[in-house]
Design a protein around this ligand. Structure first.
Ligand code: SF4
Length: 345
């Protein structure tokens, strides 16, 4: 049976039209599925017996299962989420002032083999379906409602979990349609940020997606060095990726984030900052320094605070708009680059 969360509005409409219903009927059902979802309270009972039967006979409303939920001392929650076939991913709920952001996975494992990333060590097992992406979001939202009822407003989204989101373009696109549909989750495109290592075929199709925010995992301005961190750079060199970013349409006050994982004694020198200031555009971008979060067996080390400040100063001196990202959830291996589909003891 199909998951109801696998369908965007036009697909649901096709189904209902083939069963003799109007587009208005689809709008009502779609709205009821997602509206007040966190209250488990919808008006589908108002439908006729026949219509209810058509839905129940063709769709299930099951969500993936929470296999584990670990809470960090800073309020971050890391879920291990299991799907019907037994595959699992990690999803992270991150507090930020009075709101939350949910970090979603798009693949079980990842094919990109980035050398600084724990997920890469498991390889790519499979792509997630749109309903599995939406399911992660709904689970995190329900958790907020149940455990932290004073924070039950819909969380923002970052696609920075397991997988390269643009490598699973079709399912990602459908999940984004459901997220931003005013009859479904009704998130503003600017509440959603997608991070890529520079998967050019996906960036070529960027205009097919709602106008969400984009982040590029940069990590080095030198092609060879970046290739040693991100093997994909051999196929899609940074120069080509940056040229593509330059052509993407941005809304007013919308920026592209350039993420820079700062690795101790590897990419934290003034020569790196100098090269960055030469190759990167200064307009419409924000540079985001992320101090590396170690994981078991990683060959890189986290830089100390002085090194982070020093690197930031190198960039600021070169007139680059720069921020340092605060690490959340590193005590439960929930921080950037620390996710893997395995149970924690
Ligand atoms: S950093 Fe992202 S793209 Fe690279 S291996 Fe990890 S999950 Fe995949």
């Amino acid at each position: 049976m199909n998951s109801i969360y696998a369908l965007n509005r036009s697909e649901l409409n096709q189904f209902f039209q083939s069963h003799g219903h109007s587009a208005l009927f689809t709008d009502f059902v779609f709205d009821e599925i997602y509206k007040n979802f966190e209250n488990k309270n919808n008006d589908l009972n108002l439908l006729s017996q026949k219509a209810k039967q058509q839905i129940v006979e063709n769709f299930d409303f099951n969500l993936p299962k929470i296999k584990q939920a670990h809470e960090s001392s800073d309020g971050t929650v890391k879920f291990l989420i299991e799907f019907e076939d037994g595959a699992s991913v990690e999803t992270v709920l991150i507090p930020f002032f009075k709101k939350y952001t949910v970090c979603l996975s798009t693949q079980v494992g990842c094919a990109m083999n980035c050398q600084f990333c724990y997920t890469a060590t498991q390889g790519l097992q499979r792509n997630l379906k749109a309903n599995e992406i939406i399911g992660q979001y709904l689970i995190a939202w329900l958790y907020l409602k149940e455990k932290r009822s004073n924070h039950s407003i819909k969380p923002n989204v970052v696609f920075m979990g397991q997988g390269e989101p643009l490598h699973n373009f079709e399912e990602l696109k459908k999940a984004l349609q459901i997220m931003t549909d005013t009859k479904a989750l009704e998130l503003g495109p600017r509440q959603i940020t997608l991070s890529t290592v520079g998967f050019l075929p996906g960036l070529e199709r960027w205009k097919e997606l709602p106008s969400i925010n984009l982040a590029l995992s940069l990590h080095s301005p030198f092609e060879e060095e970046r290739k040693s961190l991100i093997p994909l750079n051999a196929k899609y060199p940074l120069k080509e990726v940056l040229a593509k970013l330059d052509t993407l349409p941005l809304k007013k006050r919308q920026f592209i984030t350039l993420e820079y994982l700062l690795l101790k004694d590897f990419n934290d020198s003034e020569a790196h900052a100098e090269e960055l200031s030469k190759v990167l555009p200064k307009e419409k971008v924000i540079f985001n320094i992320i101090p590396f979060n170690p994981w078991p067996g990683s060959r890189f080390k986290r830089p100390d605070l002085e090194a982070v400040d020093r690197f930031k100063e190198y960039l600021v001196k070169r007139k680059m708009r720069t921020m340092v990202r605060t690490t959340k959830g590193d005590d439960i291996l929930a921080a950037c680059g620390q996710l893997k589909s395995s149970e924690n003891e």
